[in-house]
Write a protein that binds this ligand. Structure first.
Ligand code: MN
Length: 417
């Protein structure tokens, strides 16, 4: 199976190849939200595909494809969702498919649709699983000699975030107001955050619920993941610095997090498995795992000033993650905490070893000590009003390319009362 077998033209280097088939929620002029898959520059409307009868053998209620969110579809389980994906791949590479005959009916160009939040996110957890990122932050905020806290190599450190403020790519985010302690002062002040930052992350969507009290082993954890999206976990570093002791991030993090619209399934990511970084010291038995649990996903961050050109300011990779998704799920459920379909779990900022692979401005500018030069001549230490931050991600192996598209967000000025 190759892109050229597909009867819908797929542009060279498209993220949405025949090997991908990611799921999303879209609407067009008739405004009803429904489930689609992306192929090249087109969206295949699954509510219309279902009417052709190609899903009949699955014995599902076809009304599930006309839906505000993917949650009920995902809840059908991988036994169904993986078949929907392979049926679509088969039909798209078969010239005589009924979908080809009905192509005007089932395929819509991306320029005439609007994307929406793919899932209803009930709960959101963010980890802190990149050793390079945790080390950089530890050096800056605490102790250059002992950057990692004693628990870091033993626990996939995380915190519960706020699901209500997760927004889709394209939705503008406003600079938050808040309380900060200016350098050298003893009393806090109130005003717009002066240190707005992005966090280059990936998030995964839980595809199978657990009951309260259940635990999930590292061996079974991936069965609970439906797929992944790009994730920009917006952060206000000055608010964070003042508020985070003793309970961790609060208002510095919950004003917005942005996601890409297409959920790339775990099945599509299968060819891109790689070995995990060596964990030293050895982890406790419930966190040990076997097999290749990291994924080679190239990531980049671009910054585009208002009316300016974009500059790529970081290139990283999801494979650098010290703690993998299986370990995160095993840890998250080890106390019996339950997971629901649609829950979103963030990786934490994904930084690499080299300075041009850091996943946040606070690392790239080393706490504001360095400036980042942009192609248009401007300089940045943090994000300015009207800047757009764009994150992209893709996997490549031989002729197979599977990508995530992008999450692109413009920062608006603070709203002063
Ligand atoms: Mn984060």
């Amino acid at each position: 199976m190759t892109n050229t077998d597909c009867w819908i033209p797929i542009p060279e280097n498209s993220d949405f190849s025949i090997h991908n088939i990611p799921f999303g929620i879209f609407s067009d002029s008739n405004s009803t939200k429904r489930i689609g898959v992306a192929i090249g520059d087109h969206i295949i409307d699954l509510s219309k595909v279902a009417k052709t009868g190609v899903f009949d053998k699955l014995n599902i209620d076809n009304r599930i494809f006309t839906n505000e969110f993917l949650n009920p579809f995902i809840d059908l389980g991988k036994s169904i969702t993986t078949q929907v994906r392979t049926i679509i791949q088969k039909e798209l590479t078969n010239e005589s498919s009924i979908l080809n005959k009905e192509s005007v009916f089932v395929a819509i160009h991306k320029s005439s649709v609007m994307m929406h939040m793919p899932v209803f996110v009930g709960d959101y957890t963010d980890f802190y699983s990149s050793i390079e990122h945790a080390t950089n932050i530890g050096k800056m905020f605490r102790d250059p000699e002992n950057a990692l806290l004693p628990n870091w190599r033993h626990i996939p450190v995380g915190y519960h975030g706020r699901a209500s403020s997760i927004v889709l790519s394209g939705v503008n985010v406003r600079r938050p107001m808040g309380q900060t302690l200016p350098m050298g002062e003893t009393q806090p002040v109130f005003g717009p955050s002066q240190r707005i930052d992005f966090e280059l992350e990936m998030a995964y969507i839980i595809g199978k619920k657990t009951e309260l009290g259940d635990t999930v082993s590292t061996a079974n954890a991936e069965k609970y993941i439906f797929g992944k999206v790009l994730f920009n976990d917006w952060s206000a570093r000055d608010i964070q610095k003042w508020e985070y002791v003793p309970l961790g991030p609060f208002l510095a993090k919950n004003f917005a997090s942005s996601i890409s619209p297409w959920i790339v399934t775990m099945e599509a990511l299968e060819p891109f498995r790689v070995e995990s970084p060596k964990q030293e010291p050895k982890v406790l038995p419930y966190l040990s795992f076997s097999g290749m649990r990291n994924f080679d996903i190239s990531l980049e961050v671009a910054l585009k000033p208002d009316k300016g050109v974009e500059t790529i300011i970081s290139r990283s990779n999801f494979k650098y993650m010290y703690w993998n998704m299986s370990q995160q799920i095993a840890h998250h459920t080890i106390n019996g905490c339950n997971l629901n379909v649609g829950d979103m779990l963030g990786s934490g900022t994904i930084s690499g070893k080299s300075e041009d692979s850091y996943g946040s401005m606070i690392e790239l500018s080393w706490g504001g000590q360095k400036t980042i030069k942009l192609d248009g001549g401007e300089e940045r230490k943090f994000i300015n009003d009207l800047d757009t931050v764009i994150m992209r991600g893709f996997c490549e192996k031989g002729q197979i390319r599977v990508g995530f598209g992008e999450v692109s967000t413009k920062l608006l000025p603070a709203k002063r009362n």
